[in-house]
Design a protein around this ligand. Structure first.
Ligand SMILES: Cc1cc2nc3c(=O)[nH]c(=O)nc-3n(C[C@H](O)[C@H](O)[C@H](O)COP(=O)(O)OP(=O)(O)OC[C@H]3O[C@@H](n4cnc5c(N)ncnc54)[C@H](O)[C@@H]3O)c2cc1C
Length: 484
């Protein structure tokens, strides 16, 4: 029997891992790993469980069943290998340091048990290490990486497994599974996908988007019908909300990357103008960013906690619990920042331009370490992805690859004015500014306290002076660089 271990590939279609096994029928497995659960948060867990329920129902439609176990994957897999007489185990590669250590332990265990294993690169078009400089080094600058990424051929979509290619979970198989899992005190199994409470998580405060392949497909189809053609022009304007919203689906693999790419190529071939074609390419460029940051994480797993770029001296970040809390609560008195932070709380999502603005505000206006912001995003975002989140934070903090130069500090007021001129996005999330004219909102930091109170008595006054903080941020980085 062949077993496929699902992790961040929660789909049957366009799954290279599911196709990598031998001819024999496949038994699908998902493992709730306590080490992963320890780092998880309610928004992501809610999305994951919803997606697992949908995946299981796709298996049931094919007379099969997703086996759901709890415990260390090494023990689960070795004990299943023994009891089910497995010939092969396949899985799709994950590229973080933690995942690689876990997979190496599983590999060793399966080798000892004499079971073939076949890890497959599925989540990206080009696996880390495939696109390198001419000297074979990983790229540190996106533009060069991206050129090669666009030029390389992309894989075709593989077929989905049919009924006959899946194990029918009958009484005999169930008994074998039960004896494999139940024999170990630290392992458990579920007859259906557990609830958040059963896994020890609270319900998320935010409204969590629907998971599963069908929803991902709907999002992709509707995006490729219209918004993709205005993406290049409007993607920076948060009120337009014209991005694909595929991030959580790409994170959990409810849709395959080849399916996404093929749909965008089709959209490109149906475009009516060069402008529309370029807009599709701008979207494909974001898929390349995703693979660029995956490669950075693979090459430098330590970036999860360390700066990618080393400075001569430590960066002397400020510690200020009150300012940090005001940022988390969306109470900084900088409207575009507060709108973003409140969108995060309400939707477990934030628009990309606004992510850049709030990250810059935390690190360059509040002078607080990017790791604090990364941690907050990690617990609040439904699409938290170690590579992309870390890449985004280190870019904003001027500590990453290809990062924003330290002396270029976003002005949160002009960013708001440029990208949300009518303050539509701001008003969507900042209730207190509902009836306030856009020009007043965009000059909030310059107004007298009395004028602010007159317009919106309940809305915060700016907690810092941006011009002063900009100077301090530059001085902080010059000190770190060792400049005189
Ligand atoms: C501080 C900060 C933190 C971020 N944290 C995350 C995160 O945890 N998870 C995450 O997926 N993205 C993250 N991003 C990148 C980006 O903001 C989101 O991918 C995007 O907003 C998701 O919306 P979408 O799916 O509609 O994106 P679209 O614009 O439709 O893009 C399509 C896909 O391309 C990828 N993508 C888009 N922009 C980027 C980017 N800048 N870097 C890497 N991949 C990208 C994502 O997979 C996205 O789903 C972060 C950016 C910043 C500045």
């Amino acid at each position: 029997m062949h077993l496929h271990w699902h992790r961040r590939d929660l789909r049957l279609s366009d799954n290279l891992g599911l196709n990598a096994g031998p001819e024999s029928a496949t038994l699908p497995l998902f493992v709730f790993d306590p080490a992963v659960l320890d780092n998880a948060a309610p928004p992501r867990m809610a999305f994951l469980l919803d997606s697992l329920r949908k995946l299981n129902s796709e298996y049931r439609d094919r007379d099969s069943e997703l086996l759901l176990a709890h415990g260390s994957p090494t023990t689960v897999l070795s004990s299943l290998a023994e009891n089910l007489d497995l010939s092969t185990v396949t899985w799709c590669r994950d590229y973080s340091g933690l995942a690689r250590d876990r997979d190496a332990a599983v590999r060793r265990e399966l080798d000892e048990a004499g079971v073939d294993r076949e890890p497959v690169d599925d989540a990206v078009h080009h696996r880390p290490g495939e696109i390198t400089t001419n000297d074979g080094d990983p790229y540190k600058v996106f533009t060069y990486f991206s050129r090669k990424w666009h030029d390389r051929e992309k894989d075709e979509i593989p077929p989905s497994p049919g009924r006959e290619e899946l194990v029918t979970v009958d009484g005999i198989v169930l008994e074998q599974i039960a004896s494999a899992i139940d024999a170990h005190e630290d392992l458990g199994r579920y007859s259906s996908v557990p609830t958040l409470a059963e896994l020890g998580f609270d319900e998320p405060d935010a409204a969590i988007p629907e998971g599963g392949t069908e929803r991902a497909r709907q999002l992709l189809d509707s995006f490729c019908e219209s918004d993709i053609y205005r993406y290049a022009e409007r993607r920076d304007y948060p009120a337009d909300d014209c991005s694909s919203r595929l991030s959580a689906h790409l994170k959990y693999g409810t849709i395959g990357i080849r399916t996404v790419y093929e749909a965008t190529e089709r959209a490109k071939s149906e475009a009516d103008s060069d402008e529309e074609r370029e807009s599709v390419e701008e979207f494909q460029d974001q898929l390349a960013w995703r693979e660029f940051y995956t490669q950075v994480l693979w090459d430098r797993p330590d970036v999860v906690t360390n700066n990618f770029k080393s400075y001569e001296n430590d960066i002397e970040w400020r510690e200020d619990g009150e300012d940090l809390q005001a940022w988390k609560d969306g109470e900084t008195g900088y409207p575009i920042v507060d709108a973003g932070m409140r969108q995060l709380r309400e939707e477990a999502f934030m628009h990309n331009r606004v992510r850049m603005i709030v990250a810059s505000f935390l690190t360059k206006d509040l002078l607080i370490d990017w790791r604090e912001g990364y941690d907050w995003f990690r617990t609040k975002l439904v699409d938290h992805d170690t590579a992309n989140d870390n890449g985004g934070w280190q870019w904003a903090a001027s500590t990453g690859t290809d990062a924003q130069p330290y002396f270029r500090v976003f002005n949160p007021m002009t960013q708001g004015e440029r990208y949300d001129p009518d303050a539509k996005y701001i008003k969507r999330y900042v209730e207190e500014l509902q009836g306030v004219p856009a020009d007043v909102i965009h000059s909030w930091h310059e107004l007298e306290p009395g004028t602010r109170r007159m317009h919106a008595a309940d809305y915060a006054h700016p907690i810092v002076d941006h011009s002063e903080r900009r100077e301090q941020a530059i001085a902080m980085f010059e000190q770190a660089r060792g400049d005189d």
